[in-house]
Design a binder for this molecule. Structure first.
Ligand SMILES: C[S@@+](CC[C@H](N)C(=O)[O-])C[C@H]1O[C@@H](n2cnc3c(N)ncnc32)[C@H](O)[C@@H]1O
Length: 245
């Protein structure tokens, strides 16, 4: 289902164009990630095992979940296999086409919406968990998607989102990347104080900030921004875990 919206913000429009173009490059990772069985899930650029970091809530059976910027929707597939009732929303119809094909191939069916995670067409307090792995968490405006996640969650519901680590963003060659990037996409990165104030202002208690470090010698596909040695010294990825009061 595509959510009609004539007033998509400029950054959402630009990111839709970008992600429709890049979707083809994310098929392989989607296929690989959909194949991961419960307990064998892997997170982020360094494929860090869920078994090592326990990001997922222990009891997902019967829980209503929404993945904000689900892409190929493998995280929602993991949640479904652990007993949850997932919904995925993504801004790119091309990414969702891969997700739908993989749903059919794996015999898993859950709603996938084509739209902006900053305005989700579900009533208040519909979900127990909102999750985003490099989805809305970096591609949507935090001052829009965090209030929306707060609205969608039931009291006591959890928000889990994975982003590039702040220190990595500070060390990234921004201008150079922008100059070589033909499609002008827009992504968002806050410092720690701003994240804390934004989450608390929207009724979240911060439970954890998990910094991810790769195992020695592991490689990250298509990730030219840090070596394994660097990423073992300074985190390149961070996961915020917060609970709606
Ligand atoms: C790196 S992918 C992450 C998703 C998933 N973990 C994956 O790798 O397939 C980023 C996704 O965020 C989506 N996205 C960007 N802005 C969005 C927005 N405002 N609302 C919903 N999805 C958005 C993109 O379309 C893209 O599919």
């Amino acid at each position: 289902m595509t959510i009609p919206d004539d007033n998509l913000p400029d950054h959402v429009r630009r990111n839709r164009e970008a992600w429709d173009a890049w979707a083809v490059d994310y098929v392989d990772n989607g296929e690989r990630s959909w194949r991961l069985a419960p307990g064998a899930e892997k997170w982020g650029n360094w494929s860090i095992p869920e078994a090592d970091i326990d990001l997922l809530p222990a009891d997902l059976a019967g829980k209503d979940t929404i993945e904000l910027g689900c892409g190929t929707a493998y995280v929602s597939a993991w949640l479904a296999r652990r007993g949850a009732r997932p919904v995925g929303i993504d801004n790119s119809e091309k990414q969702l086409a891969t997700a739908r094909r993989l749903q059919a191939e794996h015999g898993l069916d859950f709603p996938l919406l084509h739209g902006n995670a900053e305005t989700v067409p579900y009533p208040d307090a519909t979900f127990d968990l909102a999750i985003s792995e490099y989805g809305a968490s970096i591609w949507a405006d935090p001052y829009r998607w965090i209030p929306e996640a707060a609205r969608l969650l039931r009291p006591g519901g959890q928000l889990i989102f994975l982003v590039n680590a702040t220190i990595l963003m500070l060390c990234m060659p921004d201008a150079e990347e922008a100059a070589t990037n033909a499609i002008q996409s827009v992504n968002f990165h806050l410092g720690y104080g701003d994240w804390i104030r934004l989450l608390r202002a929207n009724g979240f208690e911060i439970e954890n900030l998990v910094e991810l470090y790769p195992a020695e010698g592991t490689t990250a596909a298509d990730f030219p921004y840090a070596t394994n040695e660097w990423a073992r010294q300074w985190p390149t990825e961070e996961v915020w875990i917060a609970r709606k009061r």
